[in-house]
Ligand binder design. Structure first.
Ligand SMILES: Cc1cc2nc3c(=O)[nH]c(=O)nc-3n(C[C@H](O)[C@H](O)[C@H](O)COP(=O)(O)OP(=O)(O)OC[C@H]3O[C@@H](n4cnc5c(N)ncnc54)[C@H](O)[C@@H]3O)c2cc1C
Length: 384
């Protein structure tokens, strides 16, 4: 088959674009994926105990984007799940993000009431305040800011990123707010849910089109080569559009150096009991080496004997060391973004090449963001 498009990577970015190109334009697409399955980091599967698990860490779908929700609804029905997270702090579970309920659980009644009034007066009910902003507020709220910073944020951040919170970009710290509210849900987005038959089923549907040819177990660097301004596949110049969703530094054989990431060690454990913990995820900022435990049955609503939990340990990334070779989280620091720019400049020189995805753009995307971005690229850069 002669292809109009080659897409590297079968995560959300690659699959949404392949689906749109095949279904909407009737063009032929080759999707190259190095893993033995589609779905990228959103892949899920039934484990040996019959429990639906997320192989690369828990993925909860939430969005305020109606077009993304409608698009995905074309491929799945929804289990209407709204995620809750507790933090294990000083021997008790408190709602995370830290909110007014957490405040009342953590302090004596009168102190909590006083602090609540001050918080509401300063920031307003319903607002989310990044922890560093609360810390900067000082004055009467300094005591509370320091408490939350020490107990909830500092050690978790250091475990996760292996550095201090003020060394991290605000887009990351802003994701861990203090919520001036009694709403215990982790997200407040209008659309929230889990795909009834899992994420992998969505990808299977997206890719099931005669015009889409999927090559699994294939590292693109074994068959794709960049020469001068063109892309070559198996030695032959490719005349179509090349869409790359893999790591941008890998595309250029790390010629300017490796882009840093954090990786994860994921320990799945089956337990012959109905339930392990009260909610989907419990964070452990201060105790143990893992950052959090997720119990999948809460997320999926699956009715099945026994339960599978996942303990996540943050660790350095190294593409050469097995077990540390999956790049999970970009490290958003100025020097890393500078390095990224060098690779991006190389791509800008190439003919008919599109970069999209968390690895190709060296950017943290939630699932809804990457779906929105892929749909936008399709409409603005491909379909026209
Ligand atoms: C632990 C964790 C939890 C998350 N939880 C949530 C959540 O709860 N909610 C949410 O909205 N988002 C969540 N996300 C974000 C979500 O995973 C991303 O939005 C999504 O995976 C981005 O899709 P993508 O296609 O850009 O990348 P990916 O899913 O990583 O897909 C890229 C694909 O490219 C393939 N590839 C790479 N290099 C090559 C190569 N050389 N040749 C061939 N193929 C290659 C990879 O194998 C992979 O399949 C989470 C992320 C992490 C790390």
């Amino acid at each position: 088959m002669k292809y109009d498009f080659i897409i590297v990577g079968a995560g959300f970015a690659g699959c949404v674009l392949a689906e749109r190109i095949a279904n909407d334009m009737g063009k032929k697409v080759l999707v190259i994926e190095k893993r033995k399955h589609w779905g990228g980091n959103c892949y899920d599967m039934i484990d040996s105990h019959g429990i639906l698990i997320h192989n690369y860490g828990p993925h909860i779908f939430h969005t305020i984007k109606k077009n993304v929700w409608n698009y995905l609804t074309g491929f799945t029905e929804w289990y209407y799940y709204q995620h809750k997270v507790l933090g294990y702090i000083d021997g008790q579970y408190v709602p995370i993000p830290f909110n007014l309920n957490s405040l009342h659980q953590s302090f004596p009644k009168n102190t909590a009431q006083e602090l609540e009034e001050k918080l509401v007066k300063k920031f307003g009910m319903g607002n989310k305040i990044p922890i560093l902003q609360l810390k900067d507020a000082g004055g009467e709220l300094k005591f509370l800011a320091d408490y939350i910073y020490e107990k909830v944020f500092l050690n978790y951040t250091m475990k996760q990123w292996d550095c201090k919170p003020n060394e991290i970009d605000e887009s990351v710290t802003g994701r861990v707010p203090v919520h001036i509210s009694r709403d215990d849900r982790y997200f407040q987005d209008i659309y929230q849910g889990m795909p009834s038959n899992g994420y992998s089923n969505i990808f299977e549907k997206m890719l099931s089109h005669d015009n889409i040819h999927l090559l699994l177990n294939t590292n693109a660097s074994d068959i794709i080569e960049i020469r001068d301004r063109d892309v070559y596949m198996m030695g032959e110049k490719f005349g179509g559009v090349f869409i790359y969703t893999g790591p941008i530094d890998h595309l250029f054989k790390y010629k300017y150096g490796k882009l840093p990431y954090r990786s994860l060690k994921l320990d799945f454990e089956y337990l012959p009991q109905q339930q392990y913990q009260p909610v989907g995820t419990v964070n452990y900022p201060n105790d143990y080496d893992f950052t959090r435990i997720t119990e999948f049955k809460h997320l999926t609503g699956q009715k099945v004997e026994g339960t599978t939990i996942l303990k996540e340990y943050s660790q350095p990334y190294d593409p050469e060391i097995k077990g540390r070779d999956i790049p999970y989280y970009i490290i958003s620091k100025p020097e890393n973004l500078e390095l990224y720019k060098k690779y991006k400049n190389e791509v800008d020189r190439l003919n008919k090449t599109i970069l999209v995805g968390r690895l190709a753009e060296y950017k943290y995307y939630n699932m809804d963001d990457i779906i929105a971005r892929s749909l936008e690229i399709f409409e603005n850069d491909i379909e026209k």
